[in-house]
Design a protein around this ligand. Structure first.
Ligand code: SF4
Length: 293
């Protein structure tokens, strides 16, 4: 439903802004995945998204009826559709060391196990049996207390995490960690101290129909872009949005949701100094509520 009162302007597609430029990025994604377009389409339609914790089933979710898709997911698609890397580039790690991380990623996916032994210039291909035997031998000869599993936070699913921690415990260690934990440890601690619960206590569907949503130090348009669509629906129902942040995050002031329009999100922005949230809370407590009636 169009509501011009919520429009931030008449210029479409984020023109003149750094991002988002959805249609341009969609075309770019088609170009990047051109060698495997049917496969890419199947991933989007039948797969889950490994881009952020919001979560999808295909291109749908359980909060709204419309399409759930963002450019973060499109940008990650080539990681699934890209071909194998040319093994010759791994023969000398000196060459690899000169590449930036995005250049390394663009080399292609790892097609098989590789080993680089001490003193060797680069990696050699080995069979799966040899790779598993090497890992098993090292694990067997190590005290389980000194064995640790560290998992990436992207590109693998909850089922893989589940199996990994089971395997770790089967091998006698509970040293299991992943890069998401590093990312979420501060918010987990903050939530526990502020609310007494270390995880969220409501669902995204609760946003739609609430009176007020307050974002504290949060940047959802960049981290979970589809939440801006939930916010749009919430605002359609009269929700007010307040943001407390040291940086006046442009995506929280307005966002161009492709299926609607350039949308105002924050109704009030409180730009506090870094470390000034305590003072902000104190002012909030000391300020008497406005007179009613
Ligand atoms: S917001 Fe984007 S990255 Fe996150 S789950 Fe949805 S499509 Fe994936």
């Amino acid at each position: 439903m169009w509501n011009p009162a919520q429009w931030a302007g008449l210029i479409p597609n984020g023109l003149g802004h750094v991002k988002p430029n959805h249609y341009g990025e969609m075309l770019h994604a088609v170009w990047q995945n051109r060698a495997e377009l049917p496969y890419a389409w199947r991933i989007l339609n039948d797969g889950v998204c490994d881009g952020c914790a919001l979560g999808t089933t295909g291109m749908r979710d359980f909060t709204m009826d419309g399409v759930h898709l963002c450019t973060v997911r499109l940008n990650l698609l080539p990681l699934n559709t890209m071909g194998p890397l040319n093994m010759r580039v791994t023969e000398d790690v000196g060459t690899l060391r000169k590449l930036r991380s995005d250049e390394l990623r663009d080399l292609g996916r790892l097609p098989y196990p590789m080993v680089r032994r001490r003193g060797e210039a680069g990696f050699q291909r080995v069979s799966w049996d040899a790779a598993l035997d090497t890992a098993a031998e090292r694990i067997r000869e190590t005290d389980p207390k000194r064995v640790a599993f560290y998992l990436t936070s992207r590109g693998i699913t909850n089922e893989v995490y589940y199996v990994a921690q089971k395997v770790a415990r089967f091998l006698g260690t509970n040293n299991v960690d992943n890069s998401s934990r590093v990312c979420h440890a501060p918010s987990t601690t903050g939530l526990k101290q502020a609310l007494g619960v270390a995880a969220s206590t409501c669902s995204y569907s609760d946003w739609i129909g609430s009176d007020l949503i307050v974002f504290i130090g949060s940047d959802v348009p960049n981290n979970q872009p589809v939440t801006t669509k939930y916010l749009y629906y919430a605002k359609q129902k009269g929700t007010k949005v307040a943001v407390i942040n040291p940086f006046r995050e442009p995506g929280l002031e307005r966002y161009w949701v492709p299926s609607v329009f350039d949308t105002r999100l924050a109704d009030a922005f409180f730009q506090i100094h870094t470390g000034g949230d305590i003072a902000f809370q104190m002012v909030g407590r000391l300020t008497p509520p406005p007179p009613t009636g």
